[in-house]
Design a protein around this ligand. Structure first.
Ligand code: DAK
Length: 263
């Protein structure tokens, strides 16, 4: 792949969007390669994924404006679908995805970070949806995910004014969970990912699905979704070992990672 780096460390994988010269802007090839990289993740081994950008300056500076500028209506639609499909794949990816935002996260860059489960950022991060200044609406889920993550009023203000915000403000409005120095960001992401990977994997996957699916429906339906995914944990090796270790008061065993089993 030209624009995607993939590395693993135990049960944690890191995908780096590697188009530093264009500040990791998303063109069709980047989107295709990201899609293929996600398909290639070995889900029997990997339990948490980190998404970041190459270099010190930018996570993703948005969709590629050069490529977009010449698109016809039909091509624009196809490009939008390609992006939306990959973003949705990330959002519904069976294992948690942490966005380690190391600089600009503008337009599609902000949107791709919002497709991840958790966002942490470096102190040089800049978030924004500048699309209205370019004569378009945020088209990779920005109008939907930003309003769900922060308040609708704050999302509307940021989108209507096309104002960029820095890391501290992103933290204050709840767009990111934590801010680190540039040097600390990736180690912090890896530490968090390892902490997730050390938990019972079926339970973690079911939590992701319960939260994501439950947020789309009313509380009565959400509770039914939760019940089903709670029930699905039983009779798994995860659940037997996890509870058995606790009952045996075996602290060593309790901390032991339970091997993942496809049911
Ligand atoms: N696209 C293409 N190239 C980009 C880019 C981008 N978004 N952002 C930066 N680059 C390139 C620059 O052109 C420059 O390339 P060279 O001139 O060196 O060849 C190189 O990266 C370095 O950028 P700068 O020289 O501009 O660096 P600065 O430090 O001066 O400025 C900046 C950094 C991030 C403030 C600036 O580059 C900038 O404002 N970039 C654009 C940010 C932006 O507006 N992003 C949002 C793009 S719109 C759709 C769905 C979604 C979307 C569209 C359609 N459908 C459903 C159809 C999404 C839209 C967007 O994301």
């Amino acid at each position: 792949m030209d624009f995607i780096l993939y590395e693993t460390d135990g049960a944690v994988a890191t995908i780096t969007i590697n188009r530093e010269k264009a500040l990791n802007a998303l063109n069709s090839q980047v989107l295709d390669e990201l899609d293929a990289a996600l398909d290639a993740v070995d889900l029997d081994v990997i339990r948490c994924l980190i998404l970041t950008g190459a270099g010190q300056k930018s996570f993703v500076a948005g969709a590629d404006i050069g490529e977009m500028s010449t698109l016809t209506k039909a091509e624009g639609e196809a490009f939008g679908k390609k992006g939306n499909d990959v973003f949705r794949k990330l959002e519904t990816f069976p294992i948690p995805v942490i966005a380690a935002v190391n600089g600009f996260a503008l337009g599609g860059g902000c949107e791709i970070s919002m497709s991840c489960d958790i966002r942490i950022c470096a102190d040089n991060a800049v978030f924004g949806q500048p699309e209205v200044g370019l004569g378009i609406t945020p088209g990779f889920g920005g109008t939907q995910r930003l309003a769900r993550l922060v308040s609708p009023g704050m999302a509307k203000q940021l989108i209507y004014t096309a104002r960029n915000i820095k890391a501290e403000e992103a933290y204050r409005i709840g767009l990111v969970n934590a801010v680190y120095t540039q040097e600390e960001l990736l180690p912090a992401a890896k530490k968090m990912a390892a902490g997730i990977a050390a938990q019972a994997p079926i339970a973690v996957r079911n939590c992701k699905k319960a939260i994501n699916d439950g947020l789309q429906v009313d509380m009565d339906q959400a509770i039914v979704i939760e019940e089903k995914l709670f029930g699905d944990c039983f009779e798994t090796e995860d659940q037997k070992a996890g509870m058995g270790n606790f009952l045996e008061k075996d602290k060593e065993k309790k901390l032991k990672v339970v091997p993942f089993q496809n049911k």
